[in-house]
Design a protein. Structure first.
Length: 242
């Protein structure tokens, strides 16, 4: 399902009257030209945009883009999993605020609990070798510094959250990378961008994520991430995740 060009969120209409150029950019560029670019599907653009808004706790536009995400083919359960995932990668407060916004949107759309993932689910298979390498590296580097963080990174994130089946590994990685860029946390991008591309995100899609994020997280955050993306692309095996 393709998202159609839309008017700016209702909450923005009055504010835009004091900045006519902003209204023009919003309508023609952000909601028009940007969403027609071929590098990402409307569904993926919705995931990236919702991720950026939650990561930056920008609530005024979130209901509009949650609705757009649903219209673009993002399932209610996937939106629920995005919020759950971002509790760990953008903070509990941001996720709780997003859950409140989503609750109102879901009520308007008649989306009930039967369309949402339960708290306890059968997890995806664990790549034991890859996880053992990751866990050993983190334990070696930081185990003596913050053993609690290391413990929950393993048990809550990589052996639970990342294995929840309600969001495909590629999409979960895309959410993580999007949240890191939106928050200016470029130090973590190398690991997670490589993981995203291992999970099926193409180089073109990763590149176009930055274009989408430039508008929703700001040019400085994207330009801070550009050297990291460039380095990851250069070091990937030839022909991998084109």
């Amino acid at each position: 399902m393709n998202a159609q060009p839309a008017n700016p969120p209702e909450s923005d209409q009055d504010a835009l009257t004091i900045a006519p150029a902003l209204q023009r950019y919003s309508q023609d560029l952000v909601l028009g030209e940007l969403w027609r670019r071929p590098g990402l599907s409307p569904r993926d653009r919705s995931i990236v945009t919702v991720t950026a808004l939650i990561a930056r706790n920008q609530q005024s536009e979130l209901p509009f883009y949650l609705k757009r995400a649903l219209d673009s083919g993002v399932k209610p359960g996937e939106l629920s999993e995005i919020i759950i995932h971002l509790a760990f990668y953008a903070g509990w407060g941001n996720a709780m605020a997003a859950a409140e916004a989503a609750q109102a949107v879901f009520a308007q759309r008649g989306i009930g609990a039967d369309q949402l993932p339960p708290a306890e689910v059968a997890l995806l298979p664990l790549d034991k070798e890859a996880e053992a390498r990751r866990a050993a590296m983190v334990e070696r580097d930081f185990g003596a510094t913050a053993p609690g963080v290391v413990h929950y990174t393993t048990e809550a994130l990589f052996r639970d959250l990342w294995l929840r089946p309600g969001l495909a590994p590629r999409d979960r990685s895309m959410v993580t990378v999007g949240a890191l860029v939106a928050a200016g946390q470029v130090a973590q991008v190398t690991f997670h961008l490589n993981r995203a591309m291992d999970n099926g995100l193409s180089r073109e899609q990763a590149s176009e994520m930055l274009t989408q994020l430039a508008f929703h997280a700001g040019w400085p955050n994207v330009f801070s991430a550009l050297p990291v993306f460039k380095d990851v692309f250069a070091k990937r095996p030839a022909g991998a995740a084109k």
